[in-house]
Design a protein around this ligand. Structure first.
Ligand code: GAR
Length: 216
């Protein structure tokens, strides 16, 4: 089976990108990252891509006078590379409905919370403030409403007494690095599809991989 052609969109450090690059580096990996695109010229993730030998492009939203023209540039690049799956990995720009529609079921995101709780920003602070005992991360298909869409994998972590947002965030990020590659691998192996706006699994060796609940 041909490898799934993936583009990863980033805005920052790219530690999730790194996890995806590492997964795709394996010889028998079902997916191949053919381009990394950043809207921020100084994003460290661009270095990570270069070190992995993956071509990079900066499409700086500040160079465009509208969301639409920024996305036209994105689409041009994605279409020219024949991209079949886009992974948002800390990509901090909202996408228009028409971009999301064009890439329906070919566009996934990782969010640092157990959706549908804590959509948006500052999720770790808000989880601590709300007093929840479990927090985590979600990989999901993207839909026009922010941080909504069929859930592929979630991982949960405990919220420990006296946790700071940083400590909790580190615990969550560790899980993000596990579930994002897992989700992309499942998609590339055609083991997940969307039906009636829910993810259906087919041929996944261990379905518990879609629900990670680590100890401690
Ligand atoms: C990650 O925690 C990711 O879940 C989050 O940004 C961080 C990026 O880190 N994404 C969002 O908040 C999207 N709304 P990374 O650049 O090291 O992967």
């Amino acid at each position: 089976m041909a490898k799934l052609k993936v583009a990863v969109l980033i805005s920052g450090s790219g530690s999730n990108l790194q996890a995806l690059l590492d997964m795709c580096a394996a010889e028998n990996a079902p997916a191949e990252i053919v381009r990394v695109i950043s809207n921020v010229p100084t994003a460290y993730g661009l270095e990570r891509a270069k070190q992995a030998g993956v071509p990079t492009t900066v499409i700086n939203h500040k160079d465009y006078d509208s969301r639409e023209s920024f996305e036209d540039a994105l689409n041009q690049m994605l279409d020219s590379e024949n991209i079949k799956m886009i992974c948002l990995a800390g990509f901090m720009r909202l996408l228009t409905d028409s971009f999301v529609q064009k890439w329906k079921d070919m566009l996934i995101n990782i969010h640092p919370a157990l959706l549908p709780s804590f959509k948006g920003l500052h999720t770790h602070e808000r989880a601590i403030e709300a007093g929840v005992k479990f927090h985590g991360a979600t990989v999901h298909y993207v839909r026009p409403n922010m941080d909504e869409g069929p859930i592929i994998i979630q991982a949960c972590v405990p919220v420990l007494p006296n946790d700071t947002a940083d400590e909790l965030g580190k615990r969550v990020l560790e899980q993000e690095h596990k579930i994002y590659p897992l989700a992309l691998r499942m998609i590339a192996k055609r083991q997940v599809r969307v039906s009636a706006e829910k993810v259906v699994y087919n041929g996944v060796d261990n379905l518990m991989e879609s629900m990670i609940n680590p100890e401690g």
